[in-house]
Ligand binder design. Structure first.
Ligand code: YCP
Ligand code: CO
Length: 284
C-alpha cells in the first residue's frame, strides 16, 4: 500500500498522557538501533504472536501462534482502545510504540528479512499513528520529505526506501501497526478512506535545492572519514537530506562518493556492504 494519509483521530490528551506516563516505566527494546545514527530506536510491543512481548525483533516471534495483547498492551487502555476501534484485529500482526529522539534513520527498506515467514502470517501493510511529535520530526520516502501530525492515521509503504529524523531531545512517540495480507470482507480500517491519496501536498516539506557549494562542502568530509566515524558522517549527510533537496538517492550516493574519495578503502567497502544490507537483501 502506498504511503498516504487516510484520516485523523481526535486524541484525548489527558487519557493519552496517563498511558504515556505508564509507558515511561516499560523496558523498551532497542532492536533495530543499528538502523539509526544518534539515539536508539526504542520499541514496546503491545500486540504480537501469543501475546509475547518478546525482544522486539520481528523475526523472533512464533508466527504459527495467533497474535494477542501483550502485558504492555494491557497497561495502555486508552491507546489500545484507539487501535481496537480503528482496525480489523484479525489481520493485525504487530503493534508497537516506537520512540526516538536526537536521531536519524539510515535510508532502508523493511520486510526484506521476512521472506521465509508464510505469506498469510507475515507483515505486509504498515500503519503509523503519531501520538507525540513536533516540527523537528520528519519522514522521507525516496526523495520526498514529509511530516505526519499527531492523531493522523497513515498507511506507510515500508517496501520503498524510507528514512526518518527526530531532531530534538523531545521523544517522538508513534504507534506502528503491521498487518498481514489476508483476504477479508471486512475493511482493514474502520474509517472512510480512499486508497489513492498519496502524501498530501501540504505535508510535503519544501526543501531548497542543494547548491553545488553545499555538495562540495559535504565532499570535504572525505579526508576525515574513517572506520571509527563513518556513522557520524552518515548522520551529517542524512540530516542534510531533510533540509535540502540533493536529488534521488542523495544519501547513499553521497556516502559512496565521500567514502571513495577518503583514505581508507575499508570504509568504501563498508558503505557498499551497508547499502546492500539496508536496501537490497537481508536474510534473517
Ligand atoms: C522504521 N524500520 O522505519 C523502522 C525503524 C528499523 C526498521 C527501525 O521506522
Ligand atoms: Co523502516
Amino acid at each position: 500500500m502506498r504511503t498516504q494519509h487516510i484520516g485523523s483521530l481526535e486524541l484525548d490528551q489527558a487519557r493519552l498522557a496517563e498511558d504515556l506516563e505508564t509507558s515511561a516505566g516499560f523496558r523498551y527494546s532497542e532492536a533495530y538501533s543499528d538502523y539509526l545514527c544518534g539515539g536508539p530506536w526504542k520499541s514496546a510491543v503491545l500486540w504480537a504472536a501469543s501475546g509475547d512481548n518478546g525482544d522486539g525483533l520481528v523475526t523472533n516471534y512464533d508466527y504459527a501462534k495467533a497474535p494477542d495483547l501483550t502485558d504492555y498492551g494491557k497497561q495502555l487502555p486508552y491507546i489500545w482502545g484507539l487501535v481496537a476501534d480503528l482496525v480489523d484485529l484479525t489481520r493485525l500482526n504487530f503493534a508497537r510504540l516506537a520512540v526516538i529522539s536526537d536521531s536519524v534513520i539510515i535510508p532502508h527498506r523493511d520486510l526484506l528479512e521476512l521472506e521465509s515467514i508464510p505469506g498469510e502470517s507475515r507483515n505486509a501493510h504498515r500503519m503509523h499513528i503519531p501520538l507525540v511529535t513536533n516540527d523537528r520530526c520528519f519522514f522521507s520516502s525516496g526523495n520526498e520529505v514529509y511530516r505526519m501530525a499527531e492523531g493522523e492515521v497513515w498507511f506507510f509503504d515500508a517496501a520503498q526506501v524510507h528514512s526518518a529524523a527526530s531532531l530534538s531531545s523531545t521523544p517522538r512517540v508513534h504507534l506502528m501497526l503491521d498487518f498481514t495480507d489476508q483476504e477479508s470482507d471486512e475493511p482493514l480500517v474502520k474509517l472512510p478512506y480512499r486508497v489513492d491519496g498519496g502524501i498530501p501536498a501540504d505535508r510535503v516539506e519544501r526543501r531548497p535545492p542543494m547548491s553545488e557549494e553545499e555538495r562540495a562542502e559535504l565532499l570535504g568530509l572525505a579526508p576525515l572519514i574513517t572506520m571509527d566515524n563513518y556513522r557520524d558522517v552518515f548522520s551529517i549527510v542524512i540530516k542534510k537530506h531533510f533540509r535540502a533537496d540533493g536529488g534521488d538517492d542523495f544519501v547513499w550516493r553521497t556516502m559512496r562518493e565521500i567514502a571513495r574519495a577518503g583514505r581508507d578503502p575499508a570504509v568504501a567497502a563498508r558503505i557498499d556492504e551497508m547499502q546492500r544490507y539496508f536496501t537490497l537483501e537481508r536474510s534473517a
